[in-house]
Write a protein that binds this ligand. Sequence first.
Ligand code: ADP
Length: 533
Amino acid sequence: MTIEATDDGLHERVGREFDSELELLRDFFENASVGLHSLSADGTILRVNRAELDLLGYSEDEYVGHNIAEFHADRDVIEDMLERLSAGHLVRDYRARMVAKDGSVKHVAIDSSVLRDARGRVIHTRCITRDDGQRVAAEAVLRDTESRVRAAEQALLASADRLRRAQQAARLGTWEWDAATDEVAWDGVEQVHGVETGSLAGTFTAYIEDVHPEDQPRVVEAVKATAETGVELNVEYRIVWPDGTTHWLEARGLPIPDADGATPRLAGTCQDITERRLAQDERERLLDDLTRANEVKDEFVGLVSHELRSPLTTIYGNVRLVNHAGDRMDDSDRAVALEDIERETERLQRIIENLLLLARAESGLTVDAEPLVVTQVVHEVVERHLQRHQARRFKIAEHGDPRPVVFPKASLEQVIENLVTNAEKYSPASEPIVIEFERDDREVRVRVLDRGVGIGDEKIARLFDAFYRAPDATGYAPGLGIGLTVCKRLVDAQGGRMWARRRDGGGSEFGFALPVSSANESAPKHSDSPSFE
Ligand code: ADP
């Protein structure tokens, strides 16, 4: 049914000609299930139906004759709507909030349009008002749901981000393997393998190719055992990164049983444990070193006790003999006993001196150096030696001018004495000991040469190690194996060097070289120091 809005006097004509029709329309208006009202040009309510009064709870008197704006909760909203209408717009589904009689706010949706006469004057404004409460409530639920989803999404993203960072920090990847399809899904495993994200093929068979060949069987075995028996997977293996470095990984995992209790899937982690492995290896190495050092110490204590005991036994025996025999002992026997005592006492003294020097060198203590003429010190040591070993002959061959070296005197004496004592110990008394000197601009060299047991080439490198004794020497003469060590440490400490050599024609050469001091700065300064200028 259309109403001709352009026709003047419509209401009157309809009223005249279609009385019963008007009744019908009025009934229709009155009983429509949506709210209907009409407004005058200034917004005064002209007419309202039941549905609208019911919606808001007013009586007709309380509503009709009032301005519609009074019933709106939001003044700006109704003003805007009225403005649109007066501008000639059609208002559709305009959402507003109205105040009900009980004070509650009702959400409504309004369709509205203006009926004008031919000259454009407002006859009335038609308004259809629907209860919008359910839609608004549904929208609120929707909004709430949406914001929850967004929050959940954000939480998920943040959690994924945290996981990724944690994985990076822990150099850890996670994985899940489907035994039936052999497919592996993983996160962060690439960084553990030193490759780009997404570049690992997604199967276990392909994965195992990246594992160090020696470790492959172990990894396959471990994964199989977990899949078959359900034991926790815990396996360490190596992989070689594309940059060539070897990394240790630790894979841990657990089976995920399906409904039948079978375990078609395993899930777990895979972590770079290179640092831990290295630390572990280092710890084991240190422990080995410590154990070895302890063994060496035990051996040392045993050796030292033995070395000290044998001269002491001789000394003690002879002292008792001389003491108890008294006058009954003839002079030659007494002399022999006293000689034994003297020799063994000196031996003891040498051992203890070497031990002290070694201990001092180990502790890094330095000794005061002084300018010395090496030939002179050698002569002094040899003279002392000859008093004890009268049968021995020495040949001292000097080349070049003696020039001072800067060295602690007691240390130089000890070096020479140790070399001479070794030559004495390891060569027959009938063979002379030769001592040679050489010097150039840089250093003074001293060689002690004998025709004794000699040394195997393969042993030479070890002779200067603490407590090392060549096997053939052991049966030849007693010793602790520290004399040469002490020599080398003392010489090294002053910037010199030492060597051992097999001598052509038998026997050995032990030598050392010391840097010469420049004549000006280190010529002997004391009047009692020897001068060879
Ligand atoms: P020790 O003589 O107490 O064993 P050293 O440190 O002086 O300790 O010498 C270490 C080892 O070097 C000796 O045990 C011996 O095997 C070898 N050695 C040293 N001097 C000589 C030498 N003149 N001739 C042969 N071997 C020697």
